[in-house]
Write a protein that binds this ligand. Structure first.
Ligand code: 5GP
Length: 200
């Protein structure tokens, strides 16, 4: 069976990752990895749906038991990708999406060089700050920390295979869908199809 492709999607907090990925996830054959985090649940978030929310101790245990593909600290909290579901879905032929920050992304790219990485950019830092303020999920100090973090992350976007600007939402969604589609047509992904065509 053809193995799925591992996609890494990163982008600064507030750049619209969640909205874009919610739309992308309507496509069949995709698995969205649910991360573990020590961050506090925001209102409206659900354990096991948005994240696996846990204490620092439980997070450490997960690392010690080799249950984590990658993890990183982001603005004072730990975030990590549970390994088992990712491996199971890739082996079942599903494409897997990891929505993770840049340190984790680089760790995954080192371990899984075939992973495809996409960086989502806001149209500007001032627009990002405006969007974060409109979202209203962070205190002013956390918001400022996240905007400062965004500038650092954007400087590293050249480490990714693709960059998509989320200026017009529909265009950004179309761009990410086009990348997923193009990757599924890569020659190395189509060896089985080529062999089947030759048999008929
Ligand atoms: P938030 O607190 O806004 O949900 O997420 C903060 C940052 O953590 C975002 O940049 C998000 O992409 C990143 N993140 C979420 N899950 C993971 C993960 O499993 N690993 C890593 N390295 N980063 C993550």
């Amino acid at each position: 069976m053809k193995k799925g492709t591992l996609f890494i999607v990163s982008g600064p907090s507030g750049c619209g990752k969640g909205t874009i990925l919610a739309e992308i996830m309507k496509n069949p054959g995709l698995y969205f990895s649910i991360s573990a985090t020590t961050r506090k649940k925001r209102s409206g978030e659900e354990d096991g749906v948005n994240y696996h929310f846990m204490t620092n101790d439980t997070f450490r245990e997960l690392i010690q038991n080799d249950g984590i593909l990658e993890y990183a600290e982001y603005c004072g909290n730990y975030y990590g990708t549970p390994k088992k579901p990712v491996e199971e879905h890739l082996n079942a032929g599903d494409d897997v999406i990891l929505e993770i920050e840049i340190i984790g992304a680089i760790k995954v790219l080192t371990k899984c060089p075939d992973a495809v990485s996409i960086f989502l950019l806001p149209p500007s830092l001032s627009e990002l700050e405006h969007r974060l303020r409109r979202r209203g999920t962070e205190s002013e100090s956390v918001l400022q920390e996240r905007v400062a973090q965004a500038a650092k992350e954007i400087k590293q976007s050249n480490k990714y295979d693709y960059v998509v600007v989320n200026d017009t939402l529909s265009q950004a969604i179309a761009d990410v869908k086009a990348i997923l589609r193009a990757e599924s047509c890569k020659t190395r992904k189509c060896q089985t199809i080529i062999e089947e065509v030759l048999k008929k």
